[in-house]
Design a protein around this ligand. Structure first.
Ligand SMILES: NC(=O)c1ccc[n+]([C@@H]2O[C@H](COP(=O)([O-])OP(=O)(O)OC[C@H]3O[C@@H](n4cnc5c(N)ncnc54)[C@H](OP(=O)(O)O)[C@@H]3O)[C@@H](O)[C@H]2O)c1
Length: 248
């Protein structure tokens, strides 16, 4: 197994892409701390599923947009597992509105939940990983951070910010054996995209060469690889999982 004995933290691991990543890491041999913000029963179900694979797992409530809670999350996971080899910064929200209608609160909430959370958890875990001289940080951005999207100024700014931050972190932590990479998913079937109407969905498919939305497992498979020793010479990269939607 690619991740035998590894210890991981997945933020927003209770649903959607984060849940699929937690499952993939556990199936590959890792013990996983499943972070969530509000829905403890969903997080607990994921923990049970991971334990079913013979792995250790705990759920940890933390609003990762707040530094003190992110720090506590990393401390709890570290003391439960003894070390942290893998951090997946996946937690994220949308609060869509056109620029002229966007409220300050919508801007602030999305930047805090999506971007500040990545700084918070990465800072909290980096001392530990630098001491270990080994670590994998995987940050979930979005193709919207690269091409923009009307109605998502806050979201696209947060996702573009993740890319710049990750490249800097990759440069700062590389000498200590810590890699930092970004996954940029396109449209993936989750609660976040379930809100789309049929006509929005049809319009989207015209932009996707593979003519379908992605599955959460498509993102999880890449996260599993990036977390493994097989990806040890890959850092500072942004890898798309988008059915060919955005080609640079
Ligand atoms: N779905 C897509 O098409 C798509 C495309 C590109 C990128 N992404 C990105 O992929 C990530 C996951 O998306 P998803 O579609 O799986 O979302 P989702 O189904 O809405 O799940 C979001 C997860 O994040 C958690 N979360 C939200 N705010 C949090 C906070 N402040 N602290 C801790 N946990 C928090 C939620 O926990 P609670 O339920 O407990 O609040 C939940 O587990 C996000 O960063 C998203 O931007 C998604």
């Amino acid at each position: 197994m690619l991740l035998e004995g590894k210890k991981a933290v997945v933020t927003g691991g209770s649903r959607g892409i984060g849940k699929a990543i937690a499952i993939k890491l556990a199936q590959s041999g890792a013990d996983v701390a499943v972070n969530y913000n509000s829905n403890s029963s969903l997080a607990q179900e994921v923990v049970k599923q991971l334990e079913g694979f013979g792995r250790k797992s705990i759920s940890i409530k933390a609003d990762v947009s707040k530094y003190s809670e992110a720090e506590e999350l990393i401390q709890k996971a570290g003391s439960e597992f003894g070390r942290i080899d893998i951090l997946v910064n996946n937690a994220g929200i949308t609060r869509d509105a056109l620029l002229i209608k966007m409220k300050e609160e919508q801007w602030d909430d999305v930047i805090s939940a999506n971007l500040k959370s990545v700084f918070n958890c990465t800072k909290a875990v980096s001392r530990l990983m630098m001491k270990q001289r080994q670590g994998r940080i995987i940050n979930i951005s979005s193709v919207i951070g690269i091409i923009g999207n009307a109605g998502q100024g806050n979201y696209s700014a947060s996702k573009a910010g993740i890319i710049g931050f990750s490249k800097t972190a990759a440069r700062e932590l590389g000498a200590r054996g810590v890699t930092v990479n970004v996954i940029a998913p396109g449209y993936i079937q989750t609660d976040m995209t379930d809100q789309f109407t049929d006509s929005m969905r049809e319009q989207l498919l015209t932009q996707i060469p593979l003519k379908k939305l992605g599955a959460t497992e498509d993102v999880a498979n890449l996260a599993g690889f990036l977390a493994s020793d097989e990806a040890s010479y890959i850092t500072g990269q942004v890898i798309h999982v988008d059915g060919g939607m955005v080609m640079l």
